[in-house]
Design a binder for this molecule. Sequence first.
Ligand code: CAO
Length: 435
Amino acid sequence: MAQTFSVPQLGEGVDAVDVVTVLVEVGETVEVGQPVMEVETDKASVEVPSTVAGVIEKIHIDVGDSLTAGDPVLTIEEGEAAQNETAEPEDSKSAPATAPKEVPEEGAPPEEEAAASPSQTAAVRSLARPKSAQPGANVPASPTVRRFAREVGIDITQVTGTGPEGRLTLDDVKDHARHLLEGPRPTADTLPAPPLPDFSKWGETEEEAMSKVRRLTAERMDRAWRTIPQVTHNDSADVTELDRLRKRFKGTVEEAGGKLTVTAILVKIAASALRRFPEFNSSIDTQRQLVIRKKFVNVGVAVDTPRGLLVPVIKDADTKNVKSIAIELNDLATRARERKLMPEEMQGATFSISNLGGIGGTGFSPIVNWPEVAILGVSRGQVQASWNGEGFEPRTMLPLSLTYDHRLIDGAQAARFLRWVAEALEEPMVLVLEG
Ligand code: CAO
């Protein structure tokens, strides 16, 4: 059977209330005591709970409506469960019959209580929040001013009141809005993250504080993702010959305390490419509208550690040979995993390399490590059947992914840069001749 839930008596001397928020939707199942709307009087705001349980068939009110006691709020189809729920709560039976109690604003005299049904009383008593729990609740302002602020999207806690005892006037809100419009616009950077849902609704959860490395990584990635329009360009290099050379010279480098891996070789090749394509060794100064070209080449290498991602830097990589880079990389990666890196060993990179090929994968999009403008991602080199013009032959192909800041670098430049890197891997003589 359909029932109408109407506006209860909200307090003596209160003729009308303004609807601030409608908290339910048509089709929703409400329970007795569940807040269905938030209303505001001159002195207070309260959430009004339903005294009827069931499925909402119709909503008679809207935000901004002015309501008086007895006005219809909802038409509710009472279900079987609803019938049970409308039964008076045990503890309300002994409660004195009082009206839904407004929570007075600071300094406002308490309202006299008026008669209302016991179920209304119990529900409202438990649900009416103190005004101080709501944002802006303690700010002295009339409902009209509050409504206007809400409509134009102004947070009244940020407005300075010029009325008696700091009360907000309409002009205060308008001035504040004008001031905001004249000031800098909010950017993706300043937008607050939306609140998380209550995951416990779906199952058990546990919480763990983020480590410092994780927090810093999150901050850096977040900033880079929001502020850099980035594109990933993919290519691959035939490293069959390089692999052969690598195995041949592996022992010599190992004796010297290094590991002749593809990462060490790539650091050298990337450093040479950065000399040849200085745009990739730059930073953008958006404040001063400048491009800063660095005359030094420092290559950061992403290292996977038990603490998370660390990026030690091989300084002046363009001036070092592959052997000394291999030794330095081995040392930096080992100390990164043992928590022995000094902060300055992770600073000053002009370009980064992230090699996930030791783990696996056919390709990925690394994120530019701001304030750099490009990063090279490397996936797993694999033997593939390659057409040589007469037949297929097995070749080891290394997938390369270059993510670049499209504000400074165009797609064609990125394609040329990565092709040069690929050719240097394919034909190590390129390094000797041009690197
Ligand atoms: N394709 C195929 N094999 C590869 C490879 C690739 N792209 N890269 C490395 N390998 C092989 C190496 O040759 C080595 O094999 P051998 O032991 O037979 O020689 C093995 O994988 C392990 O290499 P490694 O990891 O010890 O050495 P590396 O110099 O290649 O890499 C480092 C060093 C620090 C880059 C790597 O250890 C690492 O931490 N990688 C993860 C980087 C990362 O997390 N990136 C993501 C950042 S964004 O979230």
